[in-house]
Design a protein around this ligand. Structure first.
Ligand SMILES: [Cu+2]
Length: 289
């Protein structure tokens, strides 16, 4: 019986080689597509994860690619075993079935190998969780408050700038040349190459502050302050959405982040401070009247 087995092995090796080559081609085209894709937003026909703009998102990409290789190898291996036993132990070739039940060596292998695979997965997984969870020394802080159905943003480090951001209606977005269901009337503005701590909470029900290009998705819980961080490496406009079912207009409370240069950010802060009426002034006027 060695001859058909060897022939099968050779065929299996050829198949595996071809499949791995095909997979590599798909992975390569996926990377190319991701690079061509518009920065910070989904693209029609897009393949793979949204292109990353932060170190965390790059780690997410690496972890995803590692898992893709591992699961593909496991699936191909199991498939090959199934095809092999179906052929090798078919009824026609084995009129009297073997009654073999245990094989200590194989049992040790099929217990130990999955454990090793899990360890290989656990190490980068823990590293990624740590990178997302432990906030490096932040240069500035902003606060995002989820509300039914819009986001309120606060800039405690910049004279308490506060504003609400509502989704643009379809016609407004089309007119402004911005993506439908993702653009807001006022963007969140943050400077490039700056570590920004984002405090996330909610004013009414559960929401979730998620921006795919930044690799962040943080629950917004009423009465609780969660935190996450970003360090965006490239200027541009990045889009996200509320990612926790929060009511009828859950799909209509997008997040639009404009990442600008430090100088532009300072100009924006000055504008915001000039435009707003500080709460104290309002109170003083009320008292005076
Ligand atoms: Cu929501």
């Amino acid at each position: 019986m060695t001859f058909p087995t060897m022939r099968f092995r050779a065929a299996a090796a050829r198949c595996t080689g071809a499949l791995l080559a095909a997979l590599a081609a798909v992975a390569a085209s996926g990377t190319a597509l991701a690079q061509d894709a518009l920065l910070g937003q989904p693209t029609p026909g897009g393949l793979g994860l949204q292109a990353g703009a932060t170190p965390v998102k790059e780690q997410v990409h690496d972890f995803h690619n590692l898992l893709l290789i591992i699961i593909t190898a496991i699936c191909l291996f199991v498939l090959a075993l199934l095809v092999y036993v179906m052929y090798r132990f078919r009824a026609a070739a084995n009129p009297t079935p073997s009654k073999t039940t245990h094989n200590t060596l194989i049992e040790v292998i099929w217990t130990a190998v999955p454990v090793m695979i899990l360890v290989v997965i656990a190490i980068p997984s823990m590293k990624l969780l740590y990178a997302q969870d432990v906030i490096p020394e932040a240069d500035m802080t902003i606060k995002a408050i989820g509300k039914q159905w819009y986001w309120t943003y606060e800039y405690p480090d910049h004279g308490d700038i506060v504003f609400d951001a509502f989704m643009l209606q379809d016609e407004e977005a089309a007119e402004a040349g911005l993506p439908r269901l993702l653009a807001t009337d006022v963007p969140v503005v943050i400077p490039v190459d700056t570590t920004v701590r984002i405090l996330v909470t909610a004013g009414d029900v559960l929401h979730s502050f998620a921006v795919p290009a930044f690799g962040i998705k943080t629950d917004a819980v009423p009465g609780r302050l969660n935190e996450t961080w970003v360090h965006v490496k490239e200027e541009g406009t990045y889009y996200g959405q509320c990612s926790e079912l929060c009511g009828t207009a859950h799909a209509y409370m997008p997040i639009m982040v404009e990442v600008v240069s430090q100088a532009e950010f300072e100009d924006w802060v000055a504008q915001q401070q000039a435009a707003r009426t500080p709460a104290e002034t309002v109170r003083q006027v009320a008292v005076a009247e």
